[in-house]
Write a protein that binds this ligand. Structure first.
Ligand code: ZN
Length: 341
């Protein structure tokens, strides 16, 4: 009951990469880098286990960025001449690769990494992959000329990758779609269709992480512009409730998402964000427990997965470790209360 999870990313150690930035430069090269990533993933794994996290992951130690880490393995993209484009409806700018020809996935992206992770833990293992709409929104396109068409092409490649990871023994495949609450109309028009294409034929659990972004300045400013209540989810949740996905994440810690909106996700497991990733303080277990109880007024505990609001990649390691421990301890408090501890 109340199994805990993270949204995905954790900070990288300073010996591996720059710290507290979104697009960190690696500090190792070639074979040293490959070994360093594995060591960092092991540390991330053991810290999650020790903190009482039930559904664990690699903390995204193998990739530089949650979108471009996947794209680096895709053919048909120009990664050398990056273009500076506005992303998330021009909320901020990023240097992005360009689609220059038909895209393909010549080899596995995360296969070796997930075999490594599977060999090192008996807990449920989750892997995160960027969703088609978010990829399309984080890339320049000189070839397809149509976002929906390009998204379906990426969905096909994601599906190839996901099937391979499913066969390796990954328990949950999560698609990260922060673009979903930016382009509400497109979600219905083609976003959800692309998701369905991406998860076609999978036996493992499937999840979607939508969010209002990391705790970086551009996102924090945007959040201030959204008004007293964040109701974007009101449009998307009914679409997700009808979808084939098993789990949906919602940031409920320190956000202005009205908690009763969770009721719109009838039938889905909900990764309830009970850890705010945009603060510099560690939550007390009692605060985490209060957030879980708040969600339980609207969702049966059997369907709640206490989780972080979003990735913790831009935080300091100490802060992220503290937040992991608070998450584990807070969920344990509630489990005890409801007699499932
Ligand atoms: Zn997020």
């Amino acid at each position: 009951m109340l199994p805990t999870a993270t949204a995905g990313s954790l900070p990288k150690p300073a010996w591996l990469a720059e710290t507290e930035v979104l697009w960190p430069k690696w500090r190792l090269e070639e074979e040293d880098l490959d070994r360093g990533k594995k060591d960092a993933a092991l540390v991330a794994l053991k810290e999650q286990e020790r903190a009482g996290i039930d559904i664990v992951g690699d903390g995204e130690q193998f990739r530089q960025h949650f979108v471009h880490g996947f794209l680096e393995h895709i053919q048909g993209l120009d990664f050398v001449n990056k273009k500076r484009i506005g992303i998330r409806d021009n909320r901020y700018e990023a240097d992005c690769p360009t689609v220059t020809g038909p895209i393909s996935r010549p080899r596995s992206v995360h296969g070796e990494e997930m075999r490594f992770m599977r060999a090192h833990t008996d807990r449920k293992l989750k892997v995160t992959i960027p969703g088609p709409m978010t990829i399309v929104d984080t890339i320049a396109d000189d070839h397809y000329g149509d976002r929906a068409k390009l998204a379906m092409e990426f969905a096909r490649l994601i599906n190839e990758e996901a099937k391979e990871l499913d066969a390796i023994g990954v328990d949950v495949i999560q698609l990260d779609e922060p673009a979903f609450n930016v382009y509400l109309k497109e979600v219905e028009d083609w976003g959800i269709e692309a998701i369905h294409r991406a998860i076609e034929g999978l036996k493992c659990k499937t999840a979607i992480h939508i969010c209002y972004g990391y705790g970086i300045k551009a996102n924090i400013d945007w959040k201030h512009s959204l008004g007293r209540e964040w109701r974007q989810y009101e449009t998307i949740f009914p679409v997700l409730a009808r979808s084939k996905l098993d789990q949906v994440s919602v940031e409920c810690a320190g956000s202005r998402v009205p908690v009763e909106l969770l009721e719109l996700l009838e039938g889905k497991d909900i990764m309830v964000g009970v850890i705010d990733v945009a603060t510099q303080t560690v939550e007390k277990p009692e605060e985490v427990a209060a957030n879980i109880r708040r969600a339980m007024k609207h969702v049966a505990p059997e369907r709640i997965i206490p989780c972080t609001n979003c990735g913790m990649a831009p935080l300091s390691r100490e802060l992220a470790r503290g937040k992991l421990e608070a998450l584990g301890a807070g969920a344990a408090l509630v489990r005890k209360e409801i007699g499932k501890g």
